[in-house]
Design a protein around this ligand. Structure first.
Ligand SMILES: [Zn+2]
Length: 144
């Protein structure tokens, strides 16, 4: 059971990056409950962050696709310092680099963990809703 889902993410909108035409599909996907990555039509590589061309082959043939987004913990830190007031309710929290099964690595907060994670642990996306238009991607352990 994911106890963090009852928490309020009001105010987190101020932490969002500038959303550009290039990144809009990623954020739209999260708002619709989907994890989306760019996929190259020429070589099939998934990529993140978004770019107008493929990092693997250089083709300008990128489109957005829905993905499962699961993966493994590649690296992580546990944050004990309150760097921003909005994270105070989540202390301490984990910031992980997730090796997605689709290929890209995703930097992600892991909030409300029931027990410490370890490198190699299986994780899955947990989309956090801020308001009617915005949501952000976090990860949780597969077995939590
Ligand atoms: Zn490619």
């Amino acid at each position: 059971m994911n106890t963090i889902s009852t928490l309020n993410f009001e105010g987190f909108g101020e932490l969002f990056p500038e959303i550009t035409g290039l990144t809009q599909p990623f954020w739209d996907g999260l708002a619709q409950g989907e994890v989306r990555l760019q996929k190259c039509a020429a070589c099939g590589t998934h990529q993140y962050p978004a770019e107008s061309f493929c990092y693997a082959c250089g083709a300008q043939a990128m489109s957005w696709v829905k993905v499962a987004g699961e993966g493994t913990v590649y690296s992580f830190i546990v944050v004990h310092q309150v760097y921003h007031k909005l994270f105070k309710a989540f202390m301490p929290y984990t910031v992980a680099i997730v090796q997605m099964d689709e290929g890209p690595r995703m930097l992600s907060a892991m909030l409300g963990l029931q027990k410490p994670i370890a490198i190699g642990d299986r994780v899955k996306p947990c989309i956090r809703v801020v308001d009617n238009e915005r949501a952000f991607l976090t990860y949780v352990p597969v077995n939590q």
